[in-house]
Design a binder for this molecule. Sequence first.
Ligand code: CS2
Length: 478
Amino acid sequence: MTTSPYAAGPDPSAGQPTRRLSRQTDGRPAAPVRIVHLGVGNFFRAHAAWYTERASDAAEWGIAAFTGRSPATARALSAQEGLYTLLVRGPEGAAPEVISSLSAVHPADDLDSLRRYLADPRVSVVTTTVTEAGYRRSSSGGLDTAAEDVVRDVAALRGDPVDGVVTTTPGRLVAGLLARRAAGAGPIAVVPNDNVPDNGEMVARVVRDLARAVDPSLETWVGEHVSFVTTMVDRITPRTTADDRAEVARQLGIDDPETVPTEPFSEWVLSGSFPGGRPDWEAAGARFVDDVGPFEQRKLWLLNGSHSLLAYAGSSLGHETVADAIADPEVRAWVEEWWDAASAHLSLPADEVRDYRSALLARYRNPSIRHLLAQIAADGSQKIPIRAVPVVREELEAGRVSRGALRLVAAWIAHLRGAGAPVTDAHADEVVPLGEGTLDEAARRTLEWLAIDAGPHTEAVLEEVTRLVEGLGARRSS
Ligand code: CS2
């Protein structure tokens, strides 16, 4: 057996001998590539890659993963043959698991490899985790055909369908599908794993729109050969810290800069067909259902909604992590109030909702996960519309000016006005100005931007939101 020599860089194990991961000593042989993935961040490595690792037929299903913006991840993962350690942090301690399911990792601009994989009939699944902004949607939900990079991708593929250089996610998917059609490689499933309602239809629309703009006959081919699967994904996965890397070094004697920390809980609910086959993900607990909708609402409203509330309201009180914020009785009461408002509109049995809520509290309190509120606060422009607005609207339709629901909107306004975690947002140019001016102006502008039309309740909603923002500001300065 050969082991990699300890590579340069800070020694995370404070003096313990460490080596790098290698398939020969630590993992399984690389499985043949049958899945292509776009966006190889921490969440994907804790979730779909882990389900593929745990599938009973894992030896037949290798993943070729492509990075998002940074090619550094491709270099770092390739240097350890695609292996990385998933550090599962539970209340009782941390358990490392070496994941072998990434058979190859490429930088995003390696379009030759992308086209080669998609032209291979053995490849039958494409998964994506690129964040909502990555799908280049316009406000109407279709492809943003006015965006410069989309315009460039369309022109590139019209000019050269075989080698045209594309950069957006829809552009890369369409480039790959052109190669697949040309090779006659057969049907394929596209499986978005982003935390967006109805994500299958979301990706179907942008792919069809871009295909049509490139070549109308491709849109027809996509309709006949590409299945878009809808999913609900869940696993709390913070960013990697030096402490995670040191823990792996302590337990395994391995220095893994690509360590991914995550929680023990995981959920994946999917709906749709896989015409070219798929791994036995059920073996790892994935569920295949007819309608993902109720699971999606339960997760987006109860988990993600309360996460965003913790991120904005909790950080404005000076808390740094989810565990800190949920331990504050005042913040906990706000979360319960949010949950009460959201739960009233879930189409699931009440005892299931109750169990889910208490499981969430346990997940948030997990002392070995350090989930930064600032991480969750990022990109509110994409989160608030899907996490807060549906609940506010449901409450208004039920005739209620709901303090529990409106507090999430108010906390975001307080954040835009400078309270708590700093604003980091792909659409900062658009949303930071929403919070400017007097509080009343900011509240009106934000509600309008969120398309919350309170009708006869408008003044009452504005008053409530203003009072709630003031409440958060007051606590902050005390
Ligand atoms: C979080 C999610 O950062 C965020 O916005 O709410 O990433 C959350 O941790 C995951 O959806 C959990 O599955």
